[in-house]
Design a protein. Structure first.
Length: 129
């Protein structure tokens, strides 16, 4: 996705356009974007309605924060840096070093910390599955 955006293309153009038509059709709709990634849906939607965008990876979230700032849509979007699961438990997050959009929650397992940054509470884990 990042590569397409950097080349000037818009990711999932038709889907986003269709989605925005739905939001324009009913001004009472709001968006909860779980796994917001770079904001392909959240950013354009925030020009039309209130948005709650949830993103677990700190690198992606930092880019999304920058985009919100540059787009001057901060008053319409709430960003939450967190992972979401269908159960309440303590998990570790594994992020593919070659594709940060590929992140999974891992409960226990054979994981060791491979990187920890002072700018985030996110732990990158190397896991054996």
């Amino acid at each position: 996705m990042s590569k397409e955006l950097m080349m000037g293309s818009y990711y999932e153009t038709e889907s986003v356009a269709s989605f925005l038509r739905l939001l324009r059709g009913d001004r009472h709709l709001q968006l909860v974007d779980i796994g917001a990634n770079l904001g392909v849906y959240s950013l354009p939607a925030s020009r039309l309605t209130s948005v709650l965008a949830v993103e677990p990876t700190w690198r992606t979230m930092s880019r999304l924060v920058k985009s919100v700032d540059l787009g001057a849509v901060g008053c319409n979007i709430t960003l939450i840096h967190n992972a979401v699961s269908n159960i309440r438990a303590t998990f570790h997050m594994w992020v593919d070093p070659g594709n940060q959009a590929r992140a999974v929650l891992v409960e226990g397992g054979n994981c060791k910390e491979t990187m920890h940054t002072q700018h985030s509470t996110e732990l990158i884990k190397e896991c054996s599955f």
